[in-house]
Ligand binder design. Sequence first.
Ligand code: NAD
Length: 248
Amino acid sequence: MLLKDKVAIITGATRGIGRAIALRFAQEGCNIAFCGRSRSEQMIAVEQELQAFGIQAKGYAADVSHLESSQQFVNDAVADFGHIDILINNAGITDDAAIKRMTEAQWDNVLNNDLKSVFCMTKAVQPYMWKQGFGSIVNISSVVGIGGNVNQANYAAAKAGIIGFTKTAVKEMGARNIRINVVAPGFIATEMTGDVPEQLKTYWQTRIPLRRPGRPEEVANACLYYASELGSYNTGDVMHLCGGMEDA
Ligand code: NAD
């Protein structure tokens, strides 16, 4: 098992990619502290799914776009689990519009949930990882942060910002053996992409050489590589996980 007795904090893991990461890590013996905005039935169901692997798992209600809420989540997780080895910054949203129609609220909403959240959670775990002299952080960006995408200026800016943030954090924390890497998925079939119009889906799929969307489990495998000792000499990477999509 690649993560036996490790502790991972995963944001936004009640569904989609976050849930797939939590399940994959649990399969490798990892204990999981995860969050969603509220302690919903969905969260309790994921908690039970994870516990079925014989590991410790707990869901917390936290809004990671606020520093205080992020710190509370991390402190509660450390109190319950004892320490933290891994942070996966997965939580994110989209709120699409062309720049000419995008409101200030749409801009702020996406920047806060997708970029500020990465700052808040990294800042919250840093004291623990710094003190113990190790840690692995994986930030989920997007190919949209690399190549841009129509109607997603807010999302592209946030996801590109994650890369700049990561490159800096790597330089600040490397000497304490804290590794930070980015996984930038392309088109992954989840609830988030379920709303994309059929027409656009077809257009995207013709631009993917592998001719299919990615699966959440494939993103989870990339996270497992970086989070575990398999990626022990990787830091500052930006892995494009997009089936060879153009512009990525
Ligand atoms: P999703 O909407 O299914 O899941 C995201 C989860 O994050 C949700 O449960 C949501 O409630 C939670 N969340 C959002 N903001 C939060 C906050 N402030 N506090 C706590 N929880 C919060 O989305 P997904 O498709 O699973 O995407 C997961 C991540 O992967 C996102 O960062 C997304 O941008 C990124 N991504 C997704 C795709 C894709 O094609 N699905 C592609 C590239 C990148």
